[in-house]
Design a protein around this ligand. Structure first.
Ligand SMILES: NC(=O)C1=CN([C@@H]2O[C@H](COP(=O)(O)OP(=O)(O)OC[C@H]3O[C@@H](n4cnc5c(N)ncnc54)[C@H](OP(=O)(O)O)[C@@H]3O)[C@@H](O)[C@H]2O)C=CC1
Ligand SMILES: O=C1O[C@H](COP(=O)(O)O)[C@@H](O)[C@H](O)[C@H]1O
Length: 599
C-alpha cells in the first residue's frame, strides 16, 4: 500500500463545500487535485486508513480499493491494522476529486519575473511562509525565471534577504530556510522565447522525476509582456499529464477594451479555469472574514439592506506617496499611467464592495460566490463625472521636514494630472441596496495608513433618547467598522448610558481587536492566495466576467476625466485629502466615518 505522507499540522475534515480538506497551520484549506471522483468509483468498496496525522488524500491500495485518512476511529468501524472498510451508498454522488497519485505527483512553481520587486518582496517570502507552515505539497520545486543572468546560488542569496520566520514560532528557522532555499532554482530566459521556456520545461522535468507534474506559473512581470510569456509557457512548458495554472498580476488592462483584449489573448492559450487573476486584497484576513461575519451571525444579515443601512464606506489611505517605489512603479512609470482609480478603486475596493453586497451564495464554492459578485457588479450604475472627486498631492513641510509633491518625482511629467486621490459615490440598483450610497475613498500621501469598511446604520425611529441626553442620535447612529489594516479589528459603535445617577448617553465600541484576541500572526494575503492557487481554489480570484463588469463601471468616467483633462484638487502631503470629498459625501447626507479620528 502506498504510504500517506504525514504532516503534524495537517488534519482532515469535511463539509459540503470542501468535501475533503486539509489544514496546515492556517486553518482549513481545500484540496482539489485532479484524478478520479467518487462517482467514478461507486459502488466499490472503500478502505480508510485511520491515521489522524495523514494528509487527506486518497490513494489506491494494492487490491484497487481506495484508501483515505479518517479523523476518528471507533471500534465499530475498525477492521484491523488501521484500515476501515465502508461501502458508499448510491446517493453519495459526490464529485469530490481525490489525488490517487499523491506520492506520484509534484507541484512546480515558476515565478516569472523572479528578479523583480514583487517577487522579492512578496512572492518568495509567501512561498517560504507556506513551506514553514507545512502547507506546500511533499514534492515541490520552485523556479525563478527572468532575463537577468543568475545562478541558483545567486537566486537563493537574493531571496534569502527577504525571508522571515513567524514571530510566534522561530523554531528551526535557519534550518527551514536552508531546506526551502535548496528547493529553489533559477533559469534565465526571454519572456517571448519558446526555446527558453522549452529549456525550463526540461529542467522542470528533471526535478519532477517522472511524477505527475502540476505546474503553477506566477506572472510577476509588466503587463505588456503577459501574453508573450503565457504563450511561451503554455506552448513549451505546460504540464503533459497534470494541471497547468497561471497567476496573473494586475493591472488587467487600463479600460474595458484593453482588458477584454488581454483576456482574449490569454484565452488563446489558457482555459478560464487555468487563469488565476490575483487581487491581493481578497486574500487579506479581514476581507475573508466579511462573509463569515455576515452569514454566520444571525444579528447582521437581517440588517444588511437599505432598510437599516444608511451608507457603506470603503476607505483606503496610505501615508506615503509614489516616490521611491521600486519595481514597476519606478521602471514603467506605472502609477502615472494608471492613477489611483485604476490602482485601488476599480479592483481592491470594488471587490470588497461586491463581497459585501452580494446575496447569499448557494454554497461556498468559488463559482457560486463569483456568480453572486457578478450580479452585484452588473446591478451597479456606471460612475458619472459628478459622482467623482479627484486630487493630487503637493509638497508640504511639516516639523522642519519637507515632503515632495507628486510631480516633484523625476519620473513624473511636471504637468501630470494623474489623480493620487479619488472619492466616489456608487449605487447598486437592486432591491436590497436601492438608494444606499456606497462611498469609496482612496489616496496616497495622506495623514494615515488605513484600509477599512464602515457601515453606517440609520437612526432609530421615534427614539426615546433623541433629545436632551447629550447626544444627537440622528447623527450618533450605530456604525460597524471592519478594519482591514493596520491593527485588524471589527468593532461596533453603540450608544450607552454613562454610569452614574444621571442619564447621559455616550458612544462606545464593542471591539474585536485581533491582536488582543489572537496571539497568532496573521498570514500575508499572498500566502493565502498562493496556497489557493496550488489547491485549485478559485474563490478569491477574479473571473473574466467579473473583470469585464468592473471595468464597465469605471471606463466611461476614466475616459471623461482624461478627455476633459479634469484638473485634480491639490492637497498637501500628509493631509486628509481634498475637501471636495466631504462635499461629495454631504450631497448624499452622509459624513465620512473616519473624520473624527485622530489618526
Ligand atoms: N511591486 C509591487 O508592489 C506590485 C506589483 N504588481 C504587479 O506585479 C507585476 C510585477 O511587478 P514588479 O515586480 O514591481 O515589476 P518589476 O518592474 O520589478 O519587473 C519584474 C521583472 O520583469 C522584468 N522586466 C521589467 N521591465 C521589463 C520590460 N520592460 N520588458 C521585459 N521585462 C521587464 C525584469 O526582470 P529581468 O530584467 O530580469 O527580465 C524585472 O525584474 C506587475 O504586473 C505589477 O503591476 C502589483 C501590485 C504591487
Ligand atoms: O495593489 C496595490 O496595493 C498597494 C497597497 O497594498 P497593501 O497590501 O500594502 O495595502 C498599493 O501601495 C499599490 O499602489 C497598489 O498597486
Amino acid at each position: 500500500m502506498s504510504s500517506l505522507s504525514s504532516s503534524p499540522h495537517c488534519r482532515s475534515y469535511s463539509s459540503a463545500a470542501y468535501p475533503i480538506s486539509s489544514s496546515c497551520n492556517y486553518g482549513h484549506h481545500r484540496t482539489a487535485i485532479s484524478s478520479i471522483s467518487l462517482k467514478q468509483l461507486l459502488p466499490r468498496k472503500v478502505s480508510v486508513q485511520s491515521n489522524t496525522k495523514a494528509r487527506p488524500n486518497v490513494v489506491p491500495s494494492e487490491d484497487g480499493a481506495v484508501v483515505a485518512p479518517i479523523e476518528n476511529e471507533t471500534p465499530s468501524n475498525k477492521l484491523g491494522d488501521g484500515l476501515l472498510s465502508i461501502t458508499l451508498p448510491e446517493e453519495f454522488e459526490d464529485t469530490t476529486s481525490f489525488d490517487i497519485n499523491k506520492d506520484k505527483s509534484t507541484v512546480s512553481i515558476t515565478v516569472v519575473g523572479a528578479s523583480g520587486d514583487l517577487a522579492k518582496k512578496k512572492i518568495f517570502p509567501a512561498l517560504f511562509a507556506l513551506y514553514y507552515e507545512d502547507c506546500l505539497p511533499e514534492h515541490f520545486t520552485i523556479f525563478g525565471y527572468a532575463r537577468s543572468k543568475m545562478t541558483d546560488a545567486e537566486l537563493r542569496n537574493m531571496i534569502s534577504r527577504t525571508l522571515t520566520c513567524r514571530i510566534d514560532k522561530r523554531a528551526n528557522c535557519d534550518e527551514k530556510m536552508d531546506q526551502f532555499l535548496n528547493r529553489c532554482f533559477y533559469h534565465s530566459g526571454q519572456y517571448d522565447s519558446q526555446n527558453n521556456f522549452a529549456e525550463l520545461d526540461k529542467k522542470l522535468k528533471e526535478h519532477e522525476g517522472g511524477r505527475i507534474s502540476n505546474r503553477l506559473f506566477y506572472l510577476s512581470i509588466p503587463p505588456n509582456i503577459f501574453t508573450a510569456a503565457v504563450r511561451c509557457a503554455s506552448l513549451s512548458a505546460s504540464s503533459a499529464n497534470g494541471w497547468t495554472r497561471v497567476i496573473v498580476e494586475k493591472p488587467f488592462g487600463r479600460d474595458s477594451e484593453s482588458s477584454a483584449a488581454l483576456t482574449n489573448a490569454l484565452k488563446q492559450y489558457l482555459e478560464e479555469d487555468q487563469i488565476f487573476r490575483i487581487d491581493h486584497y481578497l486574500g487579506k484576513e479581514l476581507v475573508e472574514n466579511l462573509s463569515v461575519l455576515r452569514f454566520s451571525n444571525l444579528i447582521f444579515e437581517p440588517l444588511w439592506s437599505r432598510q437599516y443601512i444608511r451608507s457603506v464606506q470603503l476607505i483606503f489611505s496610505e501615508d506615503f506617496g509614489t516616490e521611491g517605489r521600486e519595481g514597476i512603479f519606478l521602471s514603467l512609470k506605472y502609477f502615472d499611467n494608471y492613477g489611483i482609480i485604476r490602482d485601488i478603486m476599480q479592483n481592491h475596493l470594488l471587490q470588497i464592495l461586491a463581497l459585501f453586497a452580494m446575496e447569499t451564495p448557494v454554497s461556498l464554492d468559488g463559482e457560486d460566490i463569483r456568480n453572486e459578485k457578478v450580479k452585484v457588479l452588473r446591478s451597479m450604475r456606471p460612475l458619472q463625472l459628478e459622482d467623482v472627486v479627484i486630487g493630487q498631492y503637493k509638497s508640504h513641510t511639516k516639523g522642519g521636514v519637507s515632503y515632495p509633491g507628486y510631480t516633484d518625482d523625476k519620473t513624473v511629467p511636471k504637468d501630470s494630472l494623474t489623480p493620487t486621490f479619488a472619492a466616489a459615490s456608487l449605487f447598486i440598483d437592486n432591491a436590497r441596496w436601492d438608494g444606499v450610497p456606497f462611498l469609496m475613498k482612496a489616496g496616497k500621501a495622506l495623514h494615515t495608513k488605513r484600509a477599512e469598511i464602515r457601515v453606517q446604520f440609520r437612526h432609530v425611529p421615534g427614539n426615546l433618547y433623541n433629545r436632551n441626553f447629550g447626544t444627537d442620535l440622528d447623527q450618533a447612529t450605530n456604525e460597524l467598522v471592519i478594519r482591514v489594516q493596520p491593527d485588524e479589528a471589527i468593532y461596533l459603535t453603540i450608544n450607552n448610558k454613562v454610569p452614574g445617577l444621571g442619564m447621559r448617553l455616550d458612544r462606545s465600541n464593542l471591539n474585536l481587536l485581533y491582536a488582543a484576541r489572537y496571539s497568532k500572526e496573521i498570514p500575508d494575503a499572498y500566502e493565502r492566495l498562493l496556497l489557493d492557487a496550488v489547491e485549485g481554489e478559485r474563490r478569491l480570484f477574479i473571473r473574466s466576467d467579473e473583470l469585464a463588469s468592473a471595468w464597465a463601471l469605471f471606463t466611461p468616467v476614466l475616459k471623461e476625466l482624461e478627455e476633459k483633462k479634469i484638473i485634480p484638487e491639490y492637497y498637501p502631503y500628509g493631509s486628509r485629502g481634498p475637501v471636495g470629498a466631504y462635499y461629495l459625501a454631504a450631497r448624499h447626507n452622509v459624513r465620512w466615518g473616519d473624520l473624527g479620528l485622530e489618526q
